[in-house]
Design a protein around this ligand. Structure first.
Ligand code: ATP
Ligand code: MG
Length: 471
């Protein structure tokens, strides 16, 4: 008799393997051992019940291939044969494990008329509620095999609200029986195998921005409601007695600091231009901005491209911080698109406003914003905003999470300043800094040095002094 050897399940995985309700949710965070559990349960059932039909679903084919097909093919050599055309593993006892992906609703057509006894939706939150329900409709068959649907999940994704309702909030609608649903939470800390083999994985999760960290490290399902840049502190009072802030009163720029200009063009919406100074330590200061709408003449000014660049040129030749300075321009690569003959970049050129193409990768760009906004233990971020930059101060706190894609923000918001800031930050990327101390209050410089006044702490010109003192 051939023996199939499986590695030992960890306690939460054992609960998953033993769960007997019809709908079983598992996970709720990154790295909790979900995909392993899917593969293991599928193998065990295929061997235990001769003739059972099992389906494993992921959103995309590459994910299906990397997470399941390749690994199972290897592990099941001698037990099952893989047919690539049908994407199915056939066991000698007649059992099958089929694989399918569902990146769009059209992919559901492949499932028409097919029946399965057990379905695994790996990373179910990446599927929509409609897709999950359509796949679940294939769970039927006149036999005595257990009928089960396993959903593994992380918070965030297009199915977030549905999975949260049925497994976390347990709010059931007509036709749904509460006793048929169970959820087993597994965090990365429940996966000791992973932590042993890759001890820095937990640090990777800790370096995520606060909400994503809460979701993917702690398994919190409530975090994606609200502000994307929650760490942005526009007023010192926001932190009670603490003075940590990103917004500071303008001061005269040291002539040795380098100056940048970042730009996002709004075709049917506002455009945004920001000027930045970079000090010797690499800290960036948003010192000036020009923000306006390209399409609303009734506001008084209609910002046509020539008008925008004429104004930028005027500011750069007249403003005392910019006059005579070398300015490095960075812009949305889309301004080089010339659909109607002359591109926006061409118009800029004509006004002696020159740009390099910015790096417009969204997620790395937002991570740079988060890294820059993060305070160090003494309350100093790597990015400051002069209080005259009203568009930044007004729009950054308004930006919301995109629940469907939690590393990103909801692009229906007023995101032009954020976009333009992101292009600039991607030109001088930094590594994440150490997370703030557990209780920042303890290291609050104001608590320690009560003779220092508020303005000294919010004016970065005094940073070197503060650093010496806190050492
Ligand atoms: N019981 C186990 N025995 C041996 N290895 C395991 C076990 N459980 C998990 N692992 C290994 O730990 C790693 C992470 O597990 P897995 O891929 O199942 O996590 P996950 O929750 O699916 O992660 P993600 O959220 O990134 O998709 C994998 O390399 C997996 O093979
Ligand atoms: Mg996985």
């Amino acid at each position: 008799m051939r023996r199939m050897v499986i590695s030992r399940p960890q306690p939460k995985q054992l609960q998953f393997l033993k769960a007997k309700t019809k709908h079983i949710g598992f996970g709720g965070a990154r790295g909790g051992g979900k995909s392993w559990s899917v593969r293991t349960k599928a193998k065990v059932m295929a061997v235990r019940y001769a003739g059972i039909r099992i389906l494993i679903v992921r959103r995309t084919y590459p994910e299906l291939m990397n997470n399941h097909i390749q690994i199972l093919r290897k592990e099941l050599a001698g037990f099952a044969r893989y047919n690539d055309k049908d994407k199915v593993l056939r066991f000698d006892n007649g059992s099958t494990i089929s694989f399918t992906y569902c990146a769009k609703d059209g992919d559901l057509d492949r499932l028409q008329g097919v029946e399965y006894d057990v379905i695994f939706l790996d990373e179910a939150t990446q599927l929509s509620e409609f897709q999950m329900k359509s796949i679940v409709a294939c769970l039927r068959g006149v036999n005595h095999f257990p009928k089960r649907i396993y959903y593994t999940c992380n918070p965030g994704g297009q199915g977030h609200a549905y999975i949260k309702r049925i497994f976390i909030d347990r709010r059931y609608e007509q036709g749904e029986k509460p006793e048929e649903y169970s959820f087993i939470q597994s965090l990365v800390t429940d996966n000791q195998v992973l932590l042993k083999s890759q001890p820095d994985y937990i640090q990777q999760l800790q370096a995520l921005p606060p909400k994503l960290r809460k979701a993917w490290l702690e398994g919190d399902w409530n975090v994606f409601e609200g502000q994307f840049f929650e760490e942005f502190a526009d007023r010192p009072e926001q932190y009670g007695e603490r003075s940590w802030t990103h917004v500071i009163e303008p001061f005269d720029i040291d002539p040795a600091w380098s100056i940048y200009r970042s730009f996002d063009w709004g075709y049917h919406r506002p455009f945004s231009c920001g000027w930045w100074a970079v000090d010797r330590e690499g800290v960036v200061y948003r010192i000036l901005e020009l923000y306006g709408c390209t399409q609303t003449p009734n506001e008084g000014v209609k910002w046509t491209p020539p008008k925008v660049f004429a104004e930028i040129h005027r500011i750069e030749t007249e403003h005392p911080w910019l006059k005579g300075k070398k300015i490095i321009g960075i812009a949305d690569p889309a301004i080089w698109d010339a659909e109607t003959g002359e591109s926006i970049a061409d118009v800029a050129d004509r006004h002696q406003v020159f740009f390099q193409k910015g790096d417009n990768k969204r997620i790395p760009g937002w991570m740079q914003m988060h890294y820059r906004l993060a305070f160090d233990q003494n309350g100093f971020p790597m990015m400051y905003i002069f209080s005259n930059c009203k568009a930044f101060i007004r729009t950054i706190p308004l930006l919301q999470y995109d629940v469907q894609k939690p590393e990103d923000l909801d692009t229906t918001g007023e995101d032009h300043v954020a976009d333009e800031a992101r292009y600039f930050l991607m030109s001088r990327p930094i590594a994440p800094r150490q997370a703030p101390a557990e209780d920042p209050y303890i290291t609050d410089p104001r608590r320690l040095f009560l003779d220092i006044e508020q303005k000294d702490l919010t004016t970065t010109a005094r940073r070197p002094k503060m650093e010496v003192i806190t050492k």
